[in-house]
Design a binder for this molecule. Structure first.
Ligand SMILES: Cc1cc2nc3c(=O)[nH]c(=O)nc-3n(C[C@H](O)[C@H](O)[C@H](O)COP(=O)(O)OP(=O)(O)OC[C@H]3O[C@@H](n4cnc5c(N)ncnc54)[C@H](O)[C@@H]3O)c2cc1C
Length: 394
């Protein structure tokens, strides 16, 4: 791509080519707009992630990208195990199908699919400066891209969010995750069980997610609640063979810390940049794709109406059900993670229980959090109710 000092004009410029950015870019391109997709990395690039790809992710991907899961990229899995340390809480052999993918390949796949729809490739150079007065984005390589609407999909450490609000996220609410990638010996096949351990971290959980050639093992939780996360990971890994002495990688995870107003006027934020991660499961891929799509649709409508500055108003309206669902998930989190609730929650998650079925249905994209509250409410001790009410101010 050219590297001149003159401005290259686009209808929509998208910063970040993860699932949110590729979804935004392809949606805008399908609507007939000129789109630039910017990323500081050249693709394929790695992204720290468990790679659990749920039914809701699949629904969003097929709708937005018009592609489906396939064997080389996705490991299919329908076994799920819930644990609390050494205790197995429950084991489901016929859970709704989930898929597991390596983000390096998955993100490349979405990115190439977006380019195939005519999106202009500006990867390999970081976005350096947003000039809001001139509607112009400056890249590190010297390029200058002008936009009618800018969509920031640049992840949890979002530079676009920082340009608008002074910080990418609230350090008192943000989550953090640590992972190792354990190679599977050549002659062995993956275990094909998705395992979640609710005692591996506070206000979070640990996971073992199989892939075709490796297993991703890690844990994550609200950062301030887990001051000794590295030590917890070391303890957690002793359960899994060949998982010690591997490179540990960490990243912030904005689960539960979404921005009520994700942008300003004609600058929108989507995916992790807008804090759109499920506060219970830590799942972010599905919401990233969905919010990228909604941001692009809002941008397209605003541009068509000759009012790009009203893009945020349209986007906020479109995001309302997502925000509502995240609020419900936050409430649900209050019923499963505080110390007095842990055993109540874990017992309620036993084999064949309605809670377990609903949890799996949420991952499958068949249920919403509002369906699930009552399953726990009937079991909650009064003290916990009081705490929830005081936190919610009701
Ligand atoms: C440890 C961990 C485990 C997780 N496990 C899962 C899981 O199993 N399943 C799940 O659904 N979700 C999981 N998530 C969450 C998921 O990874 C994110 O929610 C998802 O990647 C968000 O997508 P995104 O497109 O918003 O951002 P990202 O995927 O982070 O993409 C952002 C892009 O922006 C680019 N960028 C950043 N700054 C700039 C800049 N200045 N200029 C240009 N480009 C820039 C980056 O290079 C990157 O390509 C996990 C997260 C963590 C941290």
């Amino acid at each position: 791509m050219p590297t001149s000092n003159s401005k290259l004009p686009f209808d929509i410029v998208v910063v970040g080519a993860g699932p949110a950015g590729s979804a935004a870019a392809i949606t805008a391109a399908k609507a007939g707009f000129s789109v630039a997709l910017v990323d500081k990395a050249s693709f394929p690039r790695d992204k720290l992630c468990g790679g659990l790809f749920t039914g809701r992710s699949r629904q969003n991907m097929t709708r937005i990208f018009n592609v489906d899961v396939y064997n080389e990229l996705f490991l299919e899995c329908s076994k799920m195990r819930f644990r609390a340390g050494d205790r197995i809480i429950s084991e489901v052999l016929d859970a709704p199908i989930m898929w597991l993918t390596m983000r390096r390949n998955f993100d490349e796949f979405l990115f190439q699919t977006a380019l195939g729809m005519g999106v202009n490739n500006f990867t390999g150079s970081a976005a350096l400066e947003v000039n809001q007065n001139e509607n112009c984005l400056q890249l590190k390589d010297g390029s200058s891209l002008s936009y009618k609407v800018l969509i920031g999909c640049d992840g949890v450490n979002s530079f676009v969010a920082k340009s608008l609000f002074g910080s990418s996220f609230d350090p008192t609410k943000i989550g953090f995750g640590l992972e190792v990638e354990v190679p599977i010996e050549a002659e062995k096949s993956p275990e094909q069980t998705v395992e979640v351990d609710f005692s591996a971290a506070d206000w979070g959980y640990g996971w073992s997610f199989p892939k075709h050639k490796s297993t991703t093992i890690g844990l994550g939780g609200i950062n301030v609640e887990n001051p000794k996360m590295k030590q917890r990971l070391a303890e957690f890994l002793t359960r899994y063979p060949n998982s010690t002495d591997l490179k540990v990688k960490g990243q912030y995870l904005p689960f539960g810390d979404f921005r009520k107003s994700p942008g300003k006027a004609n600058i929108l934020l989507a995916g992790d940049a807008a804090g759109l991660v499920d506060p219970v499961t830590g799942e972010g891929i599905a919401l990233a794709m969905h919010s990228g799509e909604l941001a692009a649709l809002a941008a397209s409508d605003a541009i068509k109406s000759n009012a790009p500055q009203k893009a945020l108003r349209r986007y906020k309206k479109a995001l309302r059900p997502t925000h509502q669902s995240l609020r419900q998930a936050k409430l649900w989190r209050l019923m499963m993670f505080p110390k007095p609730m842990r055993s109540v929650f874990q017992n309620a998650l036993a084999n064949g229980s309605s809670l377990q079925n609903m949890y799996l249905d949420i991952l499958a994209g068949k249920a919403e959090y509002k369906n699930i509250k009552s399953a726990l409410i009937s079991r909650a001790p009064k003290a916990v109710f009081r705490m929830i009410r005081s936190k919610l101010g009701v």
